[in-house]
Write a protein that binds this ligand. Structure first.
Ligand SMILES: [Cu+2]
Length: 443
């Protein structure tokens, strides 16, 4: 070090610290996005890991072989000071056909072997097996019907949150653009719920720019490309739990706040979740009658806070958001307001435990109470939680990216937070809910 100038010394010290930081970061044990940890689930993630392990061993071997030869050459063949003084160079060698062929062929053969295994792994990641599950689903007429559901979920990325759609009917999800799909039976944002121990097929796409869907414990990354459905992508969780993910294709301002979670539940609990998701909001008979009057086009003054909230929702939120039971008779047209053309479905908002792309809790982690503070803050000023572009795109295009500040009054915010709280699961309706709140809490 003594021969270095002070500024070079500073740089060297900085690089050493940086290296140490990276090495130490590898020791973190609470790392839900770890691709090589013990929390890998399902054949896909584990196959990728074991393949990566072999490739890394080969890479280590190549690294140390090259380093060894380099050190050997440096020790034995470098120009020594006395050679300089005698003006005498070591013997100069050029051309050795055997060596040239060997060091061209060896890496080529090595890469070819890795390629064969890569293609094999890719084939298996893209293949599909059938494992239908029997579900009771609402038939839309107050009753229930039994369906054989081959677990398949449409995954849609948009700035800056993920939507998950479940279709239980007989719809071909693979060949269609998301914009032309029929209404889904269940639509969620940020949280995908799956049955445990089963292969789930994902159809991944986007509504605006390219995103990438990545739940490292369950499988690798798959790009979400607008106008295109990905080839089937599988995930499988062997144990009930919550598996975290993050958009991994830079997609603009709030890319880093575009997170998601997969909640894997045992089959019976998954059925409970499906039932809860297919139930409408329970309004008091008076309020239901109030909504029906609004739907019929009447102007009725709201009689209480709940009806006030419904009125506000219908005038200020329903142009983008759906909330079944509240926005009845209104067709949301987010495509006229948003570049992505979609806003989260709020019908079951409070059955999810995080919002705004998984960066805030719907329930407080310490008390389990509905997180009125953060939700009110979101309604008052969404950009204070998540940066967005809510200025019109151009002079001729007034669409936005993200939820705008709607200039709500304190009373309106209060009413709306209570309305959103009503979308929570009813007592005993969905047993695993406490567990999910606990497992998904963001600090
Ligand atoms: Cu993204």
């Amino acid at each position: 070090m003594n021969r270095l100038t002070p500024s070079t010394r500073k740089v060297v010290r900085f690089l050493a610290l940086l290296t140490a930081a990276f090495v130490l970061a590898a020791c973190a044990d609470n790392a839900p996005l770890d691709t090589r940890g013990d929390n890998l689930q399902g054949p896909e993630a584990r196959d990728i890991e074991s393949f990566l392990r072999w490739v890394l061993w080969i890479a280590y071997a190549v690294f140390f072989a090259v380093l060894g030869v380099t050190l050997y050459a440096w020790k034995n063949f470098r120009i020594k000071t006395e050679d300089y003084e005698d003006d005498e160079f070591p013997e100069q060698i050029s051309h050795n056909n055997t060596l040239e062929i060997a060091w061209t062929a060896a890496p080529a053969i090595l890469l070819a072997i890795i390629a064969i295994f890569t293609i094999g792994l890719h084939q298996s990641l893209n293949s599909n097996s059938e494992n239908p599950i029997t579900l009771d689903v609402a038939d839309g007429a107050g009753g229930a019907t039994t369906v054989e559901w081959e677990p398949e979920i449409v995954v849609v990325g948009q700035q800056w949150w993920w939507e998950y759609q479940y279709h239980f009917g007989d719809v071909d999800l693979v060949a269609q653009r998301v914009e032309t799909l029929p209404n889904a039976d269940i639509t969620t944002a940020t949280q995908m719920v799956i049955p445990v121990g089963m292969e789930i097929e994902l159809e991944i796409t986007s509504r605006d720019v390219i995103h990438s869907h990545w739940i490292p414990s369950l499988n690798g990354k798959r790009d979400a490309v607008p106008g295109r459905q990905s080839a089937p992508w599988k995930i499988q969780a062997d144990e009930p739990g919550v598996y975290f993910g993050q958009c991994t294709e830079f997609c603009g301002l709030s890319h880093s706040r575009m997170r998601m979670q997969v909640v894997a539940l045992p089959e019976a609990e998954f059925q409970e979740w499906v039932t809860a998701q297919m139930q409408g909001l329970e309004l008091s008979p008076e309020t239901a009658a109030y909504v029906a009057e609004l739907e019929a086009g009447a102007t009725v003054p709201p009689a209480n806070a709940e009806q006030r909230a419904i009125d506000t929702f219908r005038t200020k939120c329903a142009s983008c958001h759906v909330l079944d039971g509240v926005t009845d008779g209104i067709v949301a047209r987010p495509e006229e307001q948003l570049v992505s053309g979609a806003a989260p479905n709020l019908t079951h908002f409070a059955t999810r435990t995080t919002f705004a792309g998984g960066i805030r809790n719907v329930y407080e982690t310490d008390t389990g109470e509905f997180n009125r503070n953060d939700i009110a803050q979101w309604l008052r000023d969404p950009a204070s939680i998540k940066a967005n572009f809510t200025e019109p795109v151009s002079e001729t295009d007034s669409r936005l990216r993200g939820m705008p500040n709607l200039g709500l009054t304190t009373e309106e915010v209060d009413d709306l937070v209570s309305l959103l709280e009503m979308t929570a699961p009813q007592e005993g309706e969905f047993e695993m809910f406490e567990f999910i709140i606990e497992e998904t809490g963001v600090e």
